[in-house]
Design a protein around this ligand. Sequence first.
Ligand code: ACM
Ligand code: ZN
Length: 504
Amino acid sequence: MACTGPAPDERPVLIPAPQKTIWGDGTYRLPERLQLGIADTALIAAAGYVNEVLAPYGTVAVDRCDRGDIVLELDSAALPPEGYHLSVTHAGVRIGGGSYRGVVNGIATLRQLLPAKAGSGAKIPYAEIADRPAFGWRGVMLDVSRHFFDKEEIFTLLDQMARLKLNKFHWHLTDDQGWRIEIPCYPELTQEGAWRLFNRQDTLCMGRAAREQNDDFLLPVRRLRTDGADTLYGGYYTRKDIREVVAYAAVRGIDVIPEIDMPGHCLQAIDSYPWLACFGRGSWGQSFSSPLCVGKDRTLAFCESVWEELFELFPYEYVHMGGDEVDKSNWKRCPDCQTRMRAEGLPDEAALQAWFMHRMQRFCEARGRRMIGWDEILEGDVTPTATIMSWRGAKGGIEAARQGNHAIMAPTTNCYLDYYQTRDTAREPLAIGGYVPVEKVYELDPYEQLTPAEQACILGVQANLWTEYIATWPHAEYMLLPRLSALAEVGWSLDRKDYAGYLH
Ligand code: ACM
Ligand code: ZN
């Protein structure tokens, strides 16, 4: 019997597009009281996730067996770790994954097969889906320094990522405008560094909120506190918050990559501990803040202690060390930095930054971690085991791949979602760079200009959301969606990209 399945217009929309989908004739009706079978104890957490996903459609009872209305199973012999097979027949739904991650990806697809309308008796079309990702790295970066987003908002982001099979959450936890993670051995980082007086961007956001009567731009009142005559704005994550986020992400198959940006973008740390700077106070160079004084051993000890704390909280092997936009003019004048350069035989300040990054990289690797840096770290003789995040166009990633370094593509032109979606003059005061319409995100070819051997160095793609002008979660969502779904297709479905089909 030939199966034609639902008419194209009636088919559920699957984004990112699966590798292979065969629709069948007919639908499976979810029973109101549903039996969920998990064939392997390693899938217990996935059962909890299914339970949450299906809560709007009925109740779920979990059994440790390979039978049920929905069955989750592992099939690591036949499938790659993130691959899955999903079948919907008269007998129910079966999801087999190459690992826990694969099963979670199958659950994301099941979620898109469900009707949008909640309620019992939901019908799912018969289908056989075989699927696997193009890239292992399908990331999203959120800057929580320029504006703070609380734990519940991070959960929302992780849930949206899981729906689109995005699997790396890069958490930009520190910057000049706020330090957001509690570090017990340096308590002032959050006691002081998580709070600020309103800055220029805050004032612009509030002005726009008032002008347009739009609360999406209004700094949330719950993030304000008074300190004497001052109103302070901010917030931070406790260690408990961090652990909860990491656990929530793990259930959804998402790794969390912390970034402590160093040696630049550290002004809040310097304001809390002024001895971290070359001249005992925070300052600005021409475009960027003045960096940590890497001539002083005490600064190096600080950096290592901070990372020791992070290693305890973040289990994933990759960590992000920043390394971008360092104004090196203080280093030229600082006796400690100049002494360091002479002692280490470093010809210039660029070499001093490379020396610092290499030292931090060795520190990470001695503890079983792998270091990622922004593409500036290519400027000084990068070691082969560093991973480069290419942001100033694709050229950093291309250069990295040509010399055998791993790279993640996140060029501003396609992946900076703080850039507006259209050229919209009404919004320009709050847009940062150029503009990135959804088709620009979709257009990204992470392999452009690379030979097959070089392509093997590209781990994947990432969207970045810098939040200088994004003070609330509704505004963040407005910037992220739908462009994240375009990024998901680049990362998952590269070989079958079809913009018209995606747009439909
Ligand atoms: C960056 O956008 N400064 C990495
Ligand atoms: Zn110095």
